[in-house]
Design a binder for this molecule. Sequence first.
Ligand SMILES: [Zn+2]
Ligand SMILES: [Zn+2]
Length: 218
Amino acid sequence: MDKFSPTIENYLNLLYVMERDKEPPVGTLLAEILGVSPPTITNTLKRMARDGLVKIGPGHLPHLTPAGWEAARSIMRRHMLAEWMLSKYLTWSKVHAEAHRFEHAISPELENALIHDLHSPSLCPHGNPLPGYEDAVVEWVPLISIHQGGEGIIRRIHELAEDTPQVLDFLEEKSVMPGEHIKVLENLSFNKTVTVEVKSKKFTIGYTMARFIFLEPV
Ligand SMILES: [Zn+2]
Ligand SMILES: [Zn+2]
């Protein structure tokens, strides 16, 4: 397998998640998530197009080529395995950022050993599906769609929320993590806030964050 720079791997990761979720990879959104300027995005995408990883389609939207898609799946899998490996040593909110540094160094041999040792996990510690296990998450619904009085088990914090450390710190502090029970006390669509109770703690979350939290309703 080809070796890509960490920058290219991060782009592949993000384009993979957006394409999987049918979210248009608009330049301004990529710039916001990756924390770089739009011209930088354009230049990197041009390089990736030259290397056959993406095709720039109508409206200048980048799409992964079959080669780019395969490379992205491989990186994503190593990222999620690295998260599990690191979760033995770090708290839940810290494993994603650390795994980003680690994933680039995982060889196929270590990847296979990890899959074996972790009993072929279908989800990462945040509840996101490993490539090939997308079916595991389809029944879970976003917190913003739950009405007052609804309850469920938190199952997933979406990949796009994993990239903001403050969000993960907040969620961990409030125990908003896979496996915890959550109850919706109030859902104000006009105010775009959801007030919830988790482990006897009551607090309010804005829709920006709430749309990344998925639960299994009970
Ligand atoms: Zn992650
Ligand atoms: Zn994760």
